[in-house]
Design a protein around this ligand. Sequence first.
Ligand code: OOG
Ligand code: NI
Length: 470
Amino acid sequence: MPHAFVSTDHIRSLFTEAMSQMYRTEVPQYGTLIELVADVNAGCLERDPALRERFASADELERIDIERHGAIRLGTAEELFTIRRLFAVMGMQAIGYYDLSVAGVPVHSTCFRPIDEAALNVNPFRVFTSLLRLELIEDESLRREAEAILAARRIYTPRAIALIERHEQNGGLTEAEASEFVAEALETFRWHGEATVSAETYKRLHDAHRLIADVVSFKGPHINHLTPRTLDIDAVQARMPERGITPKAVIEGPPRRQCDILLRQTSFKALEEAIVFSGDEGTVQGTHTARFGEIEQRGVALTAKGRALYDRLLASVRGEVQVGAGGAKAGAYDQELAERFKALPDGWDELRKQDLAFFRYSATPAGIAAAVAGPLPRDPEALVAKGYLAFAPIVYEDFLPVSAAGIFQSNLGTDQQQNYATRSNRDAFETALGATAQDELALYAERQAASLEAAMEALGVAGLQLRTLA
Ligand code: OOG
Ligand code: NI
């Protein structure tokens, strides 16, 4: 009899844990951030017993501060193609397309994450994965050189590839294969203190764009940050300096609200780390700045209509106040953000009624009891009003391009503002990926519709509707 396969969710959890351990060892300041996050989260739960109870009953107390995402930057189409296959072993698929060239960062990206609600509940870990757009290097000889350097590297171990193939052929991995796979996959994300290029080449790449040097000069796509979840991002941001951590100037995303929407995130500045360059005249010491730590707080996913309003409000804030080098005008930015976002309703029912956000519907016990007694109205609004149909926000599981650009930028230095006169190139990205990047809005809409359908059925209303239609 063949050995049983473990679930992709289990492999993803093993991987998340292994990455967390590795990154804490590699970047000690990240360990300090994790401790601060744990303290702040514990304080929130202590002050709010109802919140604590919610987490306890969902069996989530243990997992509150575990990592929610990480990020890597790849150099070639082939690397992207294989990373899709690697993440598939852990039940993660490419969702969404993010063009960051409009923000002066020469990459385009996707998010690898689980899709099903059940899988997200077990472990929602996702990886923001960028592909360098070498075509944006203007200097042709430098571009060719970068291409040649990248073409020569192998970022996956032969054993990792063999295990990916085994997963594809057999439809899963056994427990022993899964732990071996995680150990092998970790090699791809590990930091290498030795650059594969000379100090001189590094400088030329760095002068073209700091990010190009980060992608091209090393053996592999080191994980550049991990991001735990916090229950109070403003508190963590304010308290970072207490622990000797320098936060970026402003929290990206929407302002603090009663009803959290989308994603708020902030990071500590990337650290300057010692590296060794290769060279004909022996090795040369240098430094490289790439790795940082981040925190996130997620809220409800917005519909296309809600998102359009969000984008418009955010653009108007950024048009009014530009945060300068060293965080100048950060206070004014935060104020303007809070002020302008008053235009976006801050109540769950308002967000729902105006079709601004996605919700998960369920039949209440009162509704089910009433359904037994007699037929219920078919209009969902009437059912909500009677307390027969309940709704809860669907959490936003993706990223925000403007925020991502802000995170990149703060770790590249504010002197790096460049604008690429180029269009996004989703087709090229998906060709490299070997798959389409799925539409995140369609996924939320499907979940909302499926929950409503199931709830209506539980209330005996779906059948009624079908009969009327027939
Ligand atoms: C990725 C930055 C984007 C986020 O949380 O928006 C990101 C990177 O720096 O490679 O992780
Ligand atoms: Ni991030």
